[in-house]
Design a protein around this ligand. Structure first.
Ligand code: HEM
Length: 461
C-alpha cells in the first residue's frame, strides 16, 4: 500500500503536482493510514498539516469552535478574495454570514435567481445547443456550463449580464482569471507563505497569472461598481451589489457599503462561490450519467413524474444522481479547519491552536470504510431508501456543501439551478463524448476537468 515518508510536493517541481492521479493518491494514503495522517513539511516551512477524513473527527470539528474559523493562513492564501465571506473569520465573517443569509432568503433575490436561470436556459443555452446539433460541431460542455453559470451568477450578483454564452464563444477574461486564481491558490497550499509571496512579488510562474487575475477582477468590478453607484438608491431588483451598497450598518457594524473595495471583495467572493462550483458539478454529472442505464432512469422519472419547473423536489432519482456524482467528484475537494485552542481529536491525534487541518472531501467520498466496498462505483441507487424516498447521509460522510456554521449559503440555489439545467437539456438532447477524450481533474481548489468535456449534440425531440 502507499506509504508516506515526507512532504512529497514541496521541493518537487510543479510537474510532480500535475501528476494526474494526485487526488486518487491522496485518497489511497488516507485509506492506508486509517483515515488520518500527518504531513510533515521541512522545518519551519509552516507546511505541516493533519489530514483527516475520519467521520468521528469530522463530527467533532463540526460541533465545536473549529467549525467557524479557517485560520490566519487561509486568509493570506485567499488574499485575492480580500474581505469576502469565503476568506473572512471572526466578527467580520459573522456580519457577512448574517447579511448573506438575509440576502439569500430575500424574496426578490430568490425570484431573480429563478428568472435569470430560466431565461438563460431558454434564450441562450437551448438556442446554443440547437445550433451545435444542427451544425454538428464539437462543444466543450464544461466551457458551456462555466459560461452559463458565469452569466447567471453575474446577473444575480451584479445585475450585469456578460453574455458569455453565445455561439461565437467570446473570450471570457474573467473566467480565465478565475480558473488561474483557483489553480494558483491550490499550489499556495503546498508552499511556505514566504515562497509564494516572493514568487508573487517578482511575478513568476503561476503567481504571475495570479497577478493578472487580480488586475482583471479589479477592473471588472471597478466598472460594475461605478455604474451601480450612479443609479438611484433602493432599486427594485436586488442583486448582491445593490444589496451591499445599501446594507444596514446599524445591524451589521463591520460592513462598509460606501467602500468600493469592500463591495468588490464581498461580491467577487459570492460570484466565484457560485459560478465555478455549480458548473463543475454539472460537468461531472453529465459525464457520469451518460451511462445508458442511468440516463434511461432519469428520463423515465421525468416522464412519470408531474413536476413544477421551479420546484423540482419530486425528482428523486435525479437528486440521487446529482448527489452521487458530487460524492465522487466534489466541486470543492478540500476543506480547511483550524482549532482555536489545542485539542485531542476522537482518533487520538493531538492538534495545537491554529494548526492546520485538511479534510479532503474527494478522499472522504471514496473511502471503503465509510461508503462500503463499492465506494468507487457510481450508483445513484445508494441514495434511495427502501420506500423510494431519498436517503439522508450525515455530513460527517457527505461534506460536499460543508456543514455547521460555515455550511454553503447557496446549496439550495445550486441544486435548483442544476436540476433546472438537467431537466431541460436531458429532455431535449443526447450527448456523445468524443472518442479519445481524456478525463482527469485539474489540481485546483475547484474540481474542473483538465481537458474539458468535449461532446457532440443531437436533438432528442
Ligand atoms: C454544487 C454547487 C456548490 C457546492 C458543491 C458548494 C460547496 C461549498 C462548500 C464546500 C463551502 C465551504 C467552503 C469552505 O468552508 O471553505 C461553501 C461555502 C459557500 N458557498 Fe457554496 N457551493 C456550491 C454552490 C454555491 C452557490 C451557487 C452559491 C451562491 C450563489 C454558494 C455560496 C457559498 C457561500 C457564500 C459560501 C461561504 C459560506 C461561509 O463561509 O460562511 N455556493 N460552498
Amino acid at each position: 500500500g502507499p506509504i508516506l515518508k515526507n512532504w512529497p510536493f514541496l521541493d518537487a517541481s510543479r510537474n510532480a503536482l500535475q501528476y494526474p492521479r494526485v487526488l486518487d493518491w491522496i485518497a489511497e494514503v488516507h485509506e492506508a493510514n486509517d483515515l488520518t495522517f500527518v504531513f510533515k513539511g521541512p522545518w519551519f516551512s509552516g507546511t505541516d498539516r493533519l489530514f483527516t477524513v475520519d467521520p468521528r473527527n469530522i463530527n467533532h470539528m463540526l460541533s465545536s469552535n473549529f467549525a467557524k474559523s479557517k485560520g490566519p493562513e487561509f486568509k493570506k492564501i485567499f488574499d485575492i478574495l480580500g474581505d469576502g465571506i469565503v476568506s473572512a473569520d471572526m466578527e467580520l465573517w459573522e456580519d457577512l454570514r448574517k447579511s448573506g443569509h438575509a440576502l439569500f432568503h430575500h424574496q426578490n433575490f430568490l425570484k431573480l435567481s429563478v428568472s435569470s436561470t430560466s431565461s438563460k436556459l431558454n434564450d441562450d443555452l437551448v438556442p446554443f445547443l440547437d445550433k451545435a446539433a444542427e451544425k454538428k460541431i464539437i462543444i466543450d460542455l464544461q466551457d458551456v456550463f462555466q459560461r452559463f453559470m458565469f452569466d447567471t451568477a453575474s446577473i444575480l450578483m451584479t445585475g450585469y449580464d456578460p453574455m458569455s454564452l453565445s455561439i461565437e464563444m467570446p473570450k471570457v477574461e474573467f473566467g480565465e482569471a478565475a480558473d488561474f486564481a483557483e489553480e494558483a491558490i491550490f499550489y499556495r497550499h503546498l508552499k511556505p507563505v514566504i515562497l509564494w509571496r516572493l514568487q508573487n512579488l517578482i511575478g513568476v510562474g503561476i503567481e504571475r497569472k495570479m497577478r493578472t487575475a487580480s488586475a482583471i477582477f479589479n477592473s471588472t468590478f471597478a466598472k460594475i461598481i461605478s455604474s451601480r453607484r450612479k443609479e438611484e438608491k433602493e432599486p427594485a431588483i436586488i442583486n448582491a451589489v445593490t444589496y451591499y451598497m445599501n446594507v444596514d450598518t446599524t445591524k451589521y457594524k463591520l460592513l462598509k457599503p460606501g467602500n468600493d473595495t469592500f463591495i468588490r471583495d464581498v461580491v467577487l467572493s459570492l460570484l466565484v462561490a457560485g459560478r465555478d462550483t455549480t458548473s463543475s458539478a454539472l460537468t461531472w454529472f453529465f459525464w457520469l450519467s451518460k451511462h445508458p442505464q442511468v440516463m434511461t432512469k432519469i428520463r423515465q422519472e421525468m416522464i412519470n413524474t408531474k413536476f413544477d419547473p421551479t420546484d423540482l423536489e419530486t425528482l428523486v432519482y435525479l437528486h440521487a444522481a446529482l448527489s452521487e456524482s458530487m460524492r465522487l467528484y466534489p466541486p470543492v475537494p478540500f476543506n480547511h479547519k483550524s482549532p482555536s485552542k489545542s485539542d485531542v481529536l476522537p482518533s487520538g491525534h493531538k492538534v495545537e491552536a491554529e494548526s492546520k487541518i485538511v479534510i479532503c472531501i474527494y478522499a472522504l467520498g471514496r473511502m471503503r470504510s465509510v461508503w462500503g466496498e463499492d465506494a468507487s462505483d457510481f450508483k445513484p441507487e445508494r441514495w434511495i431508501s427502501e420506500n423510494g424516498g431519498l436517503k439522508h447521509e450525515p455530513s460527517s460522510k457527505f461534506l460536499v456543501f460543508n456543514a455547521g456554521p460555515r455550511t454553503c449559503l447557496g446549496k439550495h440555489l445550486a441544486l435548483l439551478q442544476m436540476k433546472m439545467v438537467a431537466v431541460e437539456i436531458i429532455q431535449k438532447y443526447d450527448f456523445e463524448v468524443v472518442e479519445g477524450q481524456k478525463i482527469e481533474p485539474v489540481p485546483s481548489i475547484i474540481l474542473r476537468m483538465k481537458h474539458g468535456l468535449k461532446v457532440t449534440v443531437s436533438k432528442n425531440i
